[in-house]
Structures are given as structure tokens and as C-alpha cells.
Design a protein around this ligand. Structure first.
Ligand code: FES
Ligand code: FES
Length: 177
């Protein structure tokens, strides 16, 4: 019997009827036509299906759509805004962080999840975050360089935010360096 879920995907709320066994990745691709989230293995190994669930990267082939009821989901389609690439997209472009591109949406969503909780990750932390995401093309070096570049750009953008008239001095969700 189908179950009603309400999920906010890339800021847009969707109410849908799904089978309890429907995977989140299937829901995104088949119900919402968000095919940027890829299916590589369907067994939790490759990370091609990575999205954010309430800000945390998850492998959407390992999550049921009903488990996302009431949640905020982010996919690669939601990264660009106002006609501009997200810093992680720009960095993958600039640093040649992809070849065939199959792993790239998952890589970027895993990286975004990392950068949201750690704006200045070490190379080791980036590699650890991405260890569940497989790439058969790049050898990973340029992917790591892209994440480092995006982190730098996002820290710069956070610093460039005007300080409120109330005199707050903390950075937007970031740690002090
Ligand atoms: S398709 Fe989900 S981890 Fe490979
Ligand atoms: S760019 Fe081809 S699998 Fe990563």
C-alpha cells in the first residue's frame, strides 16, 4: 500500500505517494525526474547516488523514500543558483576534477556535506570524507584539489559577507581558522 510523503528537495516541497520499499534514489530519479543523482551499484558501494539529507551526505540507494518524509534533501540539481555555479561545481571545472562525470554528482554532494560542517578540511579529511565515493577515471588527485579550491572560495565568500549592524563577528556557520 502506498504511503504519502512530503519531502523538500532543493528547497521545493513535494507531496507524493510511494511504495514503502521505494528507494530515495528511485524516488528522486523516477518521481521527480532529478536524474543527476546516479545509480552505480545499488548496493551502497560506489557513492554515485550521494545526496544530502538534512545537510548530511547519504547514499540514496541505502535510504527509503519514506525515511525522507519531512526531510530536506539536496541533489546536484540544486547546487547552481541564480545562473551561477556553486563553488564546488566551479572548482571541479577549474581543477579538472572529472573525466566521464559519472561519479561527479555524488562526489560533489559528499564534498558539500563536508564543507558545510568543516569549512577548512585537511587533505586527509577530504580523502576520508570521499572514501565512500568511487571514481574509475581521475585517480582522485584532481577531485581532492577541487574540494580544496571550493573550500577556499567558500571561506572567501563567507568573509566577504557584510557584518550585520548588530556587530556580530562570527563567520556564517564557519569555524575560526
Ligand atoms: S548507487 Fe548508491 S552507493 Fe552505488
Ligand atoms: S570521472 Fe569517471 S568515474 Fe569519476
Amino acid at each position: 500500500m502506498k504511503q504519502s510523503i512530503r519531502v523538500t528537495v532543493n528547497g521545493e516541497e513535494h507531496t507524493s505517494e510511494v511504495e514503502p520499499r521505494t528507494l530515495l534514489v528511485t524516488y528522486l530519479r523516477e518521481n521527480l525526474d532529478l536524474t543527476g543523482t546516479h545509480i552505480g551499484c545499488d548496493t551502497g558501494q560506489c557513492g554515485a547516488c550521494t545526496v544530502t539529507l538534512n545537510g548530511q551526505p547519504v547514499k540514496s540507494c541505502m535510504v527509503l523514500a519514506v525515511q525522507a518524509d519531512g526531510a530536506q534533501v539536496g541533489t546536484v540539481e540544486g547546487l547552481a543558483a541564480n545562473g551561477s555555479y556553486h563553488p564546488i561545481q566551479q572548482a571541479f571545472w577549474d581543477k579538472h576534477g572529472l573525466q566521464c562525470g559519472f561519479c561527479t554528482p555524488g562526489m560533489m554532494m559528499a564534498a558539500v556535506g563536508l564543507l558545510e560542517r568543516n569549512p577548512n578540511p585537511s587533505e586527509a579529511e577530504i580523502r576520508e570524507q570521499l572514501e565512500g565515493n568511487l571514481c574509475r577515471c581521475t585517480g582522485y588527485q584532481n577531485i581532492v584539489a577541487a574540494v580544496q579550491s571550493a573550500a577556499e572560495a567558500m571561506r572567501g565568500a563567507a568573509v566577504a559577507q557584510p557584518v550585520s549592524a548588530g556587530g556580530a563577528t562570527g563567520s556564517a556557520g564557519g569555524e575560526e581558522e
